[in-house]
Design a protein around this ligand. Sequence first.
Ligand code: CAA
Length: 264
Amino acid sequence: MTPEELAAVGLRYDVEGVVATVTLDRPEVRNAQTPRMWSALAEIGDTVPDDVRVVVVRGEGRSFSSGLDRVLLDLAKSADDPESVVGLLTRSAEEISETIDRFQKGFTWLRDPRFVSIAVVQGHAIGAGFQLALSCDLRLVADDALFAMKEPALGLVPDLTGTKPLVEVVGYSRALEICATSRVVGAAEALEIGLANVVCARSELEATLTDLVGALTASVAGAVRETKALLIGASARTLEEQRRFEREAQIRRFRELAALTPGS
Ligand code: CAA
């Protein structure tokens, strides 16, 4: 997609060396999200260059993201929009499922083992904004960050792929409590429960991000990729399967290292 096409859906995308940055760029509505934005995110995911090692997802302005654009929940304003939530209500179960499946692809690409994804969260991360942050491997969080899974308060479930990482990160019981109450989780609590990997003052966000990206890219690229693939699949495998995956990954590492060693 061209920068103009991305701008039209409220996104910016830059690749600098081994770091790709996706910026939600609708600060006037606190980076509210739309299905068109999710389709564009999925397209970005399909075209990330192979040598990219870190993908940064961030929001322009005061907040990371205020979640779904509320226009899409408003019957009067968006009943004719085929991708609005109200537009979906009357469709067949199959059509609804296909549509949400497309929406979810805007989020799932961030788990690709080729790179480590980092959400940089300042201000609010609500609903779809919280789920976008959860789709990333790491969360770098400013001290003013406020997370809230607002969907149950609106009569909906979190369906943009956030429930699995939330359980994996904070555990089932805490995940249920956070979702069922739709309460706000601040930065200090986010750090305490493992939702945030790093918390810093808002004024130090850029410097902290630079340090984190530097540390992640200092390790050997192929080893980080293999390790992410091992870890991301670990909870779905038995110990027997997982140790086989470890052996197979290590053999690939040995082969690559041997190929790089002169005289081998
Ligand atoms: N959609 C559309 N516009 C939004 C928006 C949203 N989600 N969130 C904020 N805006 C707009 C406001 O209407 C306001 O517009 P005007 O300047 O024209 O009045 C502007 O952004 C600034 O908003 P605030 O003045 O409220 O800014 P704030 O910093 O004081 O508060 C906020 C920020 C806490 C995010 C608050 O705006 C808010 O609660 N927003 C709604 C959050 C929400 O309910 N999101 C949907 C969650 S559910 C979901 O995402 C997934 C799903 O599937 C349903």
